[in-house]
Design a protein around this ligand. Structure first.
Ligand code: F6P
Length: 342
């Protein structure tokens, strides 16, 4: 079998572990040939690739980022490139393509699969917002980074009696905010699924100071928004060329607002891309390796138009179409467990 693999969209710790696993399983166990397309779908559309043998994936298990490079592609560009992609797949004699990516990549994978290309998807994202899989690799690493940052920020917040508003990634969902906030014992957690009321948030933080506490830590997901009809005007973000919202910085806006309302010094801290850089945790390496292994097996069974997913402790295959229908948001019951709900 000849398999093409690519990584697309925002990078994520564990991508290299999937690439390595695909090559090991395919080359060593099945005698397949594997090629890697450069910079995501762009590599497939341009026919830009390299051969991946065991040497090519040596020593990458623990390395962050992706050895293949990644990029985003505009949906219209991809739609216009279906025939081009089909041509490259035929010319290269590919029997399967394994794209590793998040929401946008998997939608693109579904589109190409519906156009008849032999696709087996592998979900990734630090945001953990892909439906149909219990967890995506990258999430555990990101939560670890954010939790460590929160632990550190607590001590400086306490020394200066400040409110620190810590912005974590999560454009549509608050999984990183919820898990890191719970793990670090944050005093308020603000997630996109539950638009906030600034009066309520001020009250929660204010009550802490009234109770004699000297500092407060608020974790906010970058995509958090105020509840309609509440009293905070927020700056609107812009859109990037792929149609993704570029956020105007909720931590900064909340910091200004809370400082004025509470009369306490406040500071915004935006963790940003540090959450998705660097070495993956052991959990993410294992999940990524299992996804790679199962993607190759699915390709050999001819299970195209499917995606690897974690259900409980098992890896199962789910239809790509189903996986991209909705995002996995934080349910109200999970948010309620955080003990610092708004
Ligand atoms: O990978 C998803 C994500 O981490 C989002 O949470 C975040 O908004 C986005 O990537 C930022 O990506 P970039 O700056 O690379 O466009």
């Amino acid at each position: 079998m000849r398999i093409g693999v690519l990584t697309s969209g925002g990078d994520c710790p564990g991508l290299n572990a999937v690439i390595r696993s695909v090559v090991h399983r395919a080359v060593v166990d099945h005698g397949d040939e594997v090629i890697g397309f450069h910079d995501g779908w762009k590599g497939l559309l341009d026919g830009d690739f390299r051969k991946l043998d065991l040497d090519a994936v040596g020593g990458i298990l623990a390395r962050g980022g992706t050895i293949l490079g990644s990029s985003r592609v505009q949906p219209a560009h991809l739609r216009g490139g279906v025939e081009q992609a089909r041509g490259h797949v035929a010319d290269l004699g590919l029997d399967a393509i394994i794209p590793i990516g998040g929401e946008g990549t998997l939608k693109a994978a579904n589109l190409l699969s519906e156009a008849g290309l032999p696709i087996v998807g592998v979900p990734k994202t630090i945001d953990n917002d892909i439906a149909s899989t219990d967890v995506t690799f990258g999430f555990d690493t990101a939560v670890g980074v954010a939790t460590e940052a929160l632990d550190r920020l607590k001590t400086t917040a306490e020394s200066h009696q400040r409110v620190l508003i810590v912005e974590v990634m999560g454009r549509h969902t608050g999984w990183i905010a919820l898990h890191s906030g719970m793990a670090a014992g944050a005093h308020a957690i603000v997630v996109p699924e539950r638009p906030f009321d600034i009066d309520e948030l001020t009250e929660v933080v204010g009550e802490r100071f009234s109770a004699g506490k000297k500092f407060a830590i608020v974790v906010v997901a970058e995509g958090a928004k105020p509840r309609a009809g509440t009293s905070m005007e927020v700056e609107q973000g812009t859109k990037d060329i792929y149609g993704h919202e570029r956020f105007a910085g909720m931590a900064t806006q909340l910091s200004t607002e809370l400082e004025q309302r509470l009369g306490k010094e406040a500071r915004p801290v935006i963790l940003g891309h540090v959450q998705r850089g660097g070495t993956p945790t052991a959990y993410d390496r294992v999940l990524a390796t299992r996804f790679g292994w199962h993607a190759v097996e699915a390709a050999h069974r001819g299970e195209f138009g499917m995606m690897t997913a974690l259900r409980g402790t098992d890896i199962v295959m789910v239809p790509l179409g189903e996986a991209v229908e909705t995002l996995k948001t934080v349910p109200a019951e999970r948010y309620a467990e955080a003990e610092c709900v708004l």
